[in-house]
Design a protein around this ligand. Structure first.
Ligand code: PLP
Length: 365
């Protein structure tokens, strides 16, 4: 069976180094907000080309804290509208809601699955204060156009970069295109920890100062609380592991791009619509997502051929029970995407033999 993602295989190369780090960590006797978190924050800020990185508990908290930070700074107010793609993973939308802001859903482009800049302008009102572009499946949104729209309408840009670590356009990396960005290091992401972990990047010194405090009980000096903060610190042990993996992220992304190029070149089946990509480093292929009319038939067929696939995602956020107020809204492109997408295995633990098999079976369908 070719599994969709074998996390043990992905992490195995770091096993010995991790055991050594684990021993040092254990013996150091300092388990929260220590040297490993600081080192990772410095390393990841530098990697993304951002001035500041604030390590937090997970990707959802990263986004929530950015919004709460801007509320603390008076740049956002409760009830302000935030434009967010309708086909995103629900975390993007929950982050807006948890900060008492109002998500306004925007259709994506069918070809790239990323937010459609033209659809953005139509939804801007006097209440709109921010855009949350999601670099879905690892591909950068059209940031030049989006930045231009944001500038014209005085909107903040907060990137959801949870699937796009390292995606680059014109020497700018995901996490440096807007005012701030949220990252997740959930184990299955391109840069994944051994549990939950997240981070925020920003060039905004005032925001960074607020966030270092908000993530740690609203406190800079121990037992002095200047803000109503939360406990969402990047775990020291996860940071230690991420410090081992960060230097290998570029190679990981390069492997994924090479594999995606093979898929795009060699999968040739008119029943299967391949994702659109310009072949540059603007995509890190967190997922390789194809579309097909009857995706359950394709999924079944591949399963019988020993190939595991996944669906990202089967139900759009506005059709979820949790968001019942939105269940009657209509987003035809989003609906079509959610009906037709299927994710094919793409990761650095696949062997050439397995890749050949995946391509062959898809072409024989
Ligand atoms: C993974 C993910 C998140 C949330 O990250 P967690 O670490 O699981 O909280 C947010 N947005 C997107 C697009 C994601 O893929």
């Amino acid at each position: 069976m070719i599994t969709f993602l074998n996390l043990y295989k992905i992490n195995q190369p770091f096993e010995t180094a991790f055991h050594e780090k684990m021993k040092q960590f254990f013996e150091a006797g300092w388990y929260v907000l220590g040297k490993e978190v600081s080192a990772f924050e410095a390393g990841f800020a530098s990697y993304c080309g951002a001035k500041y990185c604030i390590g937090v508990g997970n990707g959802l908290d990263a986004l929530v804290l950015i919004f709460k930070g801007y509320i603390e700074l008076g740049k956002l107010q409760k009830g302000d509208e935030v434009l967010v793609p309708a086909n995103t993973y629900i975390a993007s939308i929950l982050a807006v809601l948890q900060a008492d802001l109002v998500p306004v859903l925007i259709e994506p482009k069918l070809e790239t699955y990323t937010i459609d800049p033209h659809a953005i302008e139509a939804k801007i009102t006097t209440k709109t204060k921010a855009i949350l572009p999601v670099h879905l499946y690892g591909q950068l949104c059209e940031m030049t156009t989006i930045n231009e729209i944001a500038k014209r309408h005085h909107l903040l840009i907060i990137e959801d970069a949870a699937q796009a670590h390292g995606a680059t356009r014109n020497n700018t990396k995901a996490g440096s295109f807007g005012n701030a960005a949220g990252f997740s290091f959930y184990p299955g992401k391109n840069l994944g920890a051994l549990g939950d972990a997240g981070a925020i990047t920003t060039n905004d010194a005032a925001l960074a100062e607020v966030l270092f405090s908000l993530r740690n009980y609203g406190s800079k000096v121990k037992y002095e609380n200047e803000r109503l903060g939360v406990n969402s610190r990047l775990d020291e042990l996860q940071a230690a592991f991420l410090n081992l993996k960060l230097p290998h992220l570029e190679a990981e992304n390069e492997f994924r791009r090479r594999l995606a190029k093979r898929y795009l070149l060699e999968i040739n089946n008119e029943k299967i619509i391949l994702p659109q990509w310009d072949g540059t480093d603007n995509h890190v292929f967190h997922l390789f997502v194809v579309r097909t009319q009857n995706r359950l038939a394709l999924q079944d067929y591949l399963k019988n051929q020993g190939i595991e696939t996944m669906i990202h995602y089967p139900i759009p956020p506005h059709k979820q029970k949790a968001l019942f107020n939105w269940n009657n809204l209509s987003f035809p492109i989003t609906a079509k995407i959610h009906d037709e997408v299927l994710s094919i295995p793409l990761n650095s633990s696949l062997t050439n033999d397995e890749i050949d098999q995946i391509i062959q079976k898809l072409n024989q369908y």
